[in-house]
Design a protein around this ligand. Structure first.
Ligand SMILES: Nc1nc2c(ncn2[C@@H]2O[C@H](COP(=O)(O)OP(=O)(O)OP(=O)(O)O)[C@@H](O)[C@H]2O)c(=O)[nH]1
Length: 424
């Protein structure tokens, strides 16, 4: 049987993997529409126009470039921690832990969901609904024959699950060769081989983030497109690192979205972690600068800086990431020590062009793939691994603080594959 995707493959490969901008812009619009935000009043920063366009999902982002140079970069003054060193003299405010009762909910429904079971069973429980799991599960529940049709159907299932044409073709053609060489006794043996190949694809990128305790503070800069879960991930990381005994500070560098600063402060309050903030519309680089100064002065182990979501096509906003990095580098030439890009697992193949652009602008050193629970197809993780080889540090498998797992190639693959093989 020649699958639908086999027929479409050449066309899709040309459009999707060679960076067809028209297709990309449709994906971007869909993404922006999926995470609508009320456009805020435009500030003095020309970047606000880009942000407003992105948040309103107008598709005007390509025209709304902010061409002006980023605002004046703060100088390393040797001033005390938290000192105002900006053109805008708004002092940085360090939020001390507050009563938990005052903390707003993490999100509308996060509180009501049952916690994921710890360890590998949590992966399977959360990823069962993924497109990947459903596609292959349906296939193997029919006891298929070991033949070319089965490989075509596997190919369709993988592409449908966002694995991408290049990665899928590589996997399937290798399995086909092995089948022709009579390596497999039956379909189950083929599935076992598929599992091994999927794990082998992910193993090189399953490299946990190691906090270098000799570097103090170890600075993590989080970046990503709007609404992918950056602030939520920072909250989860704060909980994790605090539990591991690290002294922490957070920098509320998402100064665009009205609720982002409050959201981060809520996470800080809940976990007893100080948050450096200057409020909405402050210069993100200056927040990062103040926060690093404060973290150094206090001897904090880990500083995690949030940034506003930005579409990867918005050149002015992408350049702002470079500015934040440069400003951090004035206080510590080795900072940031990790540029952690958060990617929404439901984004599909558009995640590849996002990562390409963010990597070019900010030098991404690690990934967090979020929202792998629920409706995510899961396959994009394989496409990212194959194309970039950038370490995948964590997987977000829910909204609760404990729903951030160190990325584990075997646990992830087993959670996606039919029950009889997966031992997660
Ligand atoms: N189901 C699920 N939801 C998640 C996960 N991570 C984050 N979210 C949700 O995604 C939504 C957006 O998360 P935020 O942390 O606000 O995203 P952001 O990237 O900071 O957003 P911007 O500031 O607009 O760029 C929230 O409703 C989160 O609860 C995850 O792993 N699974």
């Amino acid at each position: 049987m020649v699958s639908f995707f086999r027929r479409k493959k050449d066309k899709d490969a040309a459009a999707g993997e060679s960076g067809d901008t028209r297709k990309g812009s449709l994906d971007i619009e869909a993404l922006a529409a999926a995470f609508p935000k009320a456009p805020s009043a435009a500030g003095a920063d020309g970047n606000d126009d880009e942000r407003a366009a992105a948040d309103a999902g107008t598709g005007a982002e390509n025209e709304a470039r902010a061409d002006e140079a980023p605002a004046t970069e703060p100088e390393a003054t040797g001033a005390g921690a938290g000192a105002a060193v900006l053109d805008d003299p708004t002092p940085a405010e360090t939020v001390a832990p507050a009563p938990v009762a005052a903390t707003p909910p993490l999100s509308s429904n996060a509180q009501d969901k049952p916690a994921a079971a710890p360890g590998k069973p949590g992966w399977r429980e959360r990823l069962r609904g993924s497109g990947f799991s459903r596609g292959l599960g349906g296939l193997f529940s029919r006891n298929p024959k070991l033949d070319d049709d089965l490989l075509d159907e596997i190919e369709t299932a993988l592409i449908t699950a966002d694995v991408g044409v290049t990665a899928t073709t590589g996997l399937v053609e290798h399995l086909r060769k092995r089948m022709k060489a009579r390596e497999f006794a039956d379909a189950r043996a083929l599935l076992a081989a598929l599992r091994a190949e999927l794990v082998a694809l992910l193993e090189p990128v399953a490299k946990p983030l190691v906090i270098d305790t000799a570097t103090r503070p170890f600075v993590i800069l989080t970046v990503g497109v709007n609404g992918v879960g950056k602030t939520t991930t920072i909250g989860k990381l704060a909980r994790r690192y605090k539990d591991e005994g690290h002294g922490l500070m957070l920098a509320a560098g998402d100064t665009f979205r009205a609720a982002a600063v409050a959201q981060l402060q809520a996470w800080g309050e809940r976990n007893g972690v100080a948050v450096v903030a200057q409020g909405q519309n402050a210069d993100a680089a200056s927040v990062a600068f103040d926060a690093l100064q404060a973290a150094k002065a206090r001897g904090v182990d880990v500083l995690i800086a949030d940034t506003a979501g930005r579409l990867h096509t918005q050149q002015g906003l992408m350049a702002e990431l470079g500015k934040i990095k440069r400003v951090l580098g004035k206080l510590d030439p080795t900072a940031p020590h990790e540029v952690l890009m958060v990617i929404d697992g439901t984004t599909g193949q558009n995640a590849l062009s996002q990562l390409r652009q963010f990597h070019a602008a900010a030098g991404v050193t690690g990934l967090v793939v979020t929202k792998l629970d629920g409706s995510a197809k899961g396959g994009v993780v394989f496409a990212l691994a194959r194309e970039f080889g950038i370490p995948i540090r964590y997987a977000g498998i829910g909204e609760r603080p404990e729903d951030l797992r160190v990325f584990d190639a075997e646990a992830f693959v087993d959670a996606l594959l039919p029950d009889e093989l997966g031992n997660a």
